[in-house]
Design a protein around this ligand. Structure first.
Ligand SMILES: C[S@@+](CC[C@H](N)C(=O)[O-])C[C@H]1O[C@@H](n2cnc3c(N)ncnc32)[C@H](O)[C@@H]1O
Length: 299
């Protein structure tokens, strides 16, 4: 017989679980089916300990019967969101950025340097934004934005989870997590911690200067960011939303793309981009904003 642990007897009540499901679906857009209940309970146990409560039933009562929900919402969202990410995840997107998007955007733009704006929407702990920064900084170093242009770039990373945003701003990762970064780029852009025991790396200041992170809930009615973004990566988050939410999020994101700008979706959610007004498919998972449909001039 297995020994009794807190997991064996400490559970949310059905009523509290249903209330959490409703809050997360309304505020974050994410569905939490019954199959996720064990995962949710496991993650919330750290909040039970942090708040000094007796268990998950007390946590549910704290949220829904003692008025604690508003004060706890940020932590609740942090606990239930799935933040899996990697450097160079779905690497074909970064090859496309380097080989197709940058040269084409340089060609489209008038004279002067190409000031490229990239947005990692749902950036998690920052690996996606810093991967793009490494790829773009390599182009800057090689002096080739194509079409004879100088390249400058800035990157915005946004996420709903305050916890991952903290990690993204710190830009410190276990060395093993940075393994997908090609060795020459590791040498150029990742600094080893002085204390070898720690086995951590930190993204170089040269890249950190070009990347900023902001809090954003993709469910919000509008996004307070630039509307002339060249490349938006929105990967591996739409999959958690239902179809109407996916369509609404994509319509809002597209309104932030400059004509000719690119939208990249995760490989498992590529179909979400089909049929979105103002977008045409370029290759699977990559879409381009075309000016005619956006009703704007390409100039
Ligand atoms: C699985 S990670 C994907 C990270 C990265 N884009 C990638 O592909 O590696 C999904 C991220 O979406 C964020 N997220 C979930 N719902 C969100 C929402 N409503 N608004 C903004 N970000 C959200 C989560 O906090 C999480 O960091």
């Amino acid at each position: 017989m297995r020994p009794a642990t807190p997991e064996t007897y400490d559970h949310l009540t059905d009523k509290h679980f249903a209330a959490i499901v409703a809050v997360i679906e309304t505020r974050v857009g994410i569905k939490l089916p019954q199959t996720k209940r064990t995962m949710v309970e496991g993650r919330l146990r750290k909040r039970v300990r942090a708040l000094g409560l007796s268990g998950l039933a007390a946590y549910g009562a704290h949220l829904f019967e003692h008025g604690g929900l508003d004060g706890e919402l940020v932590q609740l969202i942090d606990c239930v969101t799935t933040n899996k990410t990697d450097f160079f995840r779905e690497p074909s997107h970064f090859e496309f950025l380097r080989d197709v998007a940058v040269p084409q955007l340089a060609q489209r733009q008038g004279p002067g340097p190409l000031n490229l704006k990239l947005w990692s929407a749902a950036c998690s702990s920052g690996a996606e934004a810093y991967t793009a920064a490494m790829v773009l900084q390599d182009l800057v170093n090689a002096g080739r934005a194509k079409a004879g242009k100088e390249l400058r770039f800035s990157i915005l990373g946004t996420d709903i989870s305050t916890e991952v945003l903290r990690e993204a701003r710190a830009a410190i990762y276990p060395r093993a997590f940075a393994a997908p970064v090609p060795a020459p780029m590791q040498q150029r852009y990742l600094m080893r911690s002085k204390d070898a025991q720690l086995d951590l790396v930190r993204v170089a200041p040269e890249l950190r200067r070009r990347v900023r992170f902001e809090h954003l809930n993709l469910m919000d009615d509008s996004y307070p960011f630039d509307r002339d973004v060249d490349v938006i990566l929105c990967r591996n988050v739409l999959i958690y939303f239902d179809k109407p939410t996916q369509a609404a999020v994509l319509a809002r994101l597209v309104s932030h793309l400059r004509p000719g700008g690119y939208l990249m979706l995760g490989h498992s959610e590529s179909m979400a981009g089909s049929g979105v007004a103002g977008l045409k498919s370029v290759v699977p998972t990559i879409y381009q904003a075309f000016p005619e449909a956006l009703g704007r001039s390409a100039a």
